[in-house]
Every structure is written in structure tokens, then in C-alpha cells.
Design a protein around this ligand. Sequence first.
Ligand code: HMG
Ligand code: MG
Length: 301
Amino acid sequence: KFCDFVKIVEVGPRDGLQNEKKILGHSIKIELINRLSMTGLKTIETTSFVSPKWIPQMEDNVKVLQGIDKKSGVDYPVLVPNLKGLDNAIKAGAKEIAVFGAASESFSQKNINCSIGESIKRFKEIIIKAREAKIKVRGYVSCIAGCPYEGDTKPSIIANISASMLELGCYEISLGDTIGVGTPKKIITVLNEMKNVSVSRKLQEFAIHCHNTYGQALANIYASLDCGIRVFDSSIAGLGGCPYAAGASGNVATEDLLYLLHGESLTTGVDLKKIIDIGDWISKELNKENQSKVGVALLAK
Ligand code: HMG
Ligand code: MG
């Protein structure tokens, strides 16, 4: 039997905003993160220390990371692609980072401008230095259910990269369905392959990161729960996307994920009502329709 507690990694301030055309002021981002910190969430991905030429929305990373009220018991990880990003993140006071790779050569080139092999070398340098600085490192592997440039990706490649990243010192690997093409059968196949590299054989080192482009995110999450996954990434109001994954829409909405998990009698410690209010507010700030079905339904009541 798997445990009844599910951890949610809120990626709205990072994944949710990185592809938004409208550049939000840092004070709005700070308000977003501060409000999310009051909902019971224990991990809020805050910003990225990537090149502002590649991702202009994250240019204010220092202001955001230094401007938020860091609530005790909440982690505020930031994305880091190279040593320059790590140095900047350390200077800005980051205590946790995430490195990000992919199961597809083309996506790796488009997203971080290097091959998979080179990316592993970079991760090694980053992780050694991060651990010296007592910084925790999470890892992402993108394109686990398909790549926007190459189509299908192989579970064995996903497993190899995940194994390398775990060996280098990532405490968890978040498996990203970057373009939301997966269906439960595919996700279960991938997760079964991951059991071979999971030290516990129970997938305790893995999380799932579902984009909802094809509306399959909750089905895939439900299937992952059955396989033992107990950490899910999601984004307030279903915001999200990646500029290097054309057509990729938002992440699964945190509101929708909470509704599913609570309906299944699983515990998250997160207050759905507060999350819905934040989702409504940030959607208005972005002049966007709220992409959470649960948010829209409960706000209309
Ligand atoms: P590059 O152009 O090869 O880097 O980019 P470079 O080392 O040749 O440097 C070029 C310029 O960028 C230089 O400036 C550097 O100083 C600067 P210049 O001399 O031209 O003025 N630079 C930086 N500036 C600030 N911070 C840095 C940094 N590094 C270099 N860290 C690089 C390589 C990796 C930097 C670039 O490709 C990049 O920033 N990529 C990030 C792309 C990104 O953020 N993608 C979205 C996140 S991943 C995602 O969304 C997927 C995920 O959600 C999971 C899923 O859904 O599957 C995680
Ligand atoms: Mg993503």
C-alpha cells in the first residue's frame, strides 16, 4: 500500500510565467509567491537563473527571490542551466535549485543549447558546486512522452538520463510530459522502466510534471498514483508552457489536481479555496481566462 500523503510542487511562478508574453512586474510575482506560501504548499518553484535573452520573463530573478517572504518549512527552488546560473542563484540566496535535461537530443539543443551528453557534464559541475554550498538539487527530464521535434522518445533513454542525474546527486527526478501528448498507457510504460533505476523500486525518487495540452494530465496523474508516484508538479490556474515546445500549453492546474487528490481521500495539506482565489487573481493580472476547470466551476457557485 502506498502512503496517503501527496506532495505538490507548485511551478506557477516559474513554468507558469516563463512563456507569458506580458512581462509581469516583480511585485506581482512576489505577491503571487507570498500568497502561495500561505496555502499549505511546501515547495514553490520561484524563478529561473537562465539567460534573459532566452527567457525575458525571468530577468527579474534576483529581485523576486530576494523580495519574497520566505516562510519557514517552504522550499523555493530555482531553475539553473549552467555554472553562471548557479553562481547568480547562490548570490541571490537560493537554497534549492533544479537542473533540467531532456530525453531528446533536439529538445536539449533547442532548450539549453547543448547535447544530452554535454548537459550531463554540465549537471555534474553544477551539482558538485551546489552540494558544496549545501544546496539541494532536483532534476527534470523533459519529453518523457514525446518530443516536439523528434516524436516518440524511448523509456530506456529516459531511465538512463534519470539514473545519471540521481547518481550525480539529484534527490528527485521530475519526469516532464512537456507537450502533454502522453496517455496513461504510455506513462505507465515509462514508470515501469523507471522502477529499474529507482533505488527503492517504488519510484520514491520520482515526480510527474504534466502539461495539459491534450487534456490528458489528470488521467496520467491518476495512472501515476496507481504506480506509486506521490509527488506532482502543477501550476496555479493551469498557467505554463515552454517557448522551445511550440504549442505546449499550461501545466495541470493546481486547483484541478487538488480536487482530484482530495476526492480520492489523499492528503495534501493545501487549502483548495485559497488556491482558487489566487488562480482567479493571477489570471486577471495576466488578462487570461482561468484555465482551471475546478477554479471556474467553484468561482461560479
Ligand atoms: P548559450 O547562448 O549557449 O550560453 O545559452 P552562452 O554560455 O554561450 O552565453 C550566451 C550569453 O548568455 C552570454 O551573454 C552569457 O553571459 C549569458 P552575452 O555575453 O552574450 O551578453 N548567459 C547567462 N545569463 C544569465 N544567466 C545565465 C546565463 N548563461 C549564459 N545562467 C543557456 C545556454 C543554457 C544559458 C540558454 O540556453 C538558456 O538560458 N536556456 C534556458 C531555457 C529555458 O529556461 N527553458 C525553459 C525551462 S525548461 C522547461 O520549461 C521544461 C520543464 O518545465 C519540464 C517540462 O515541462 O518538461 C522544466
Ligand atoms: Mg514544464
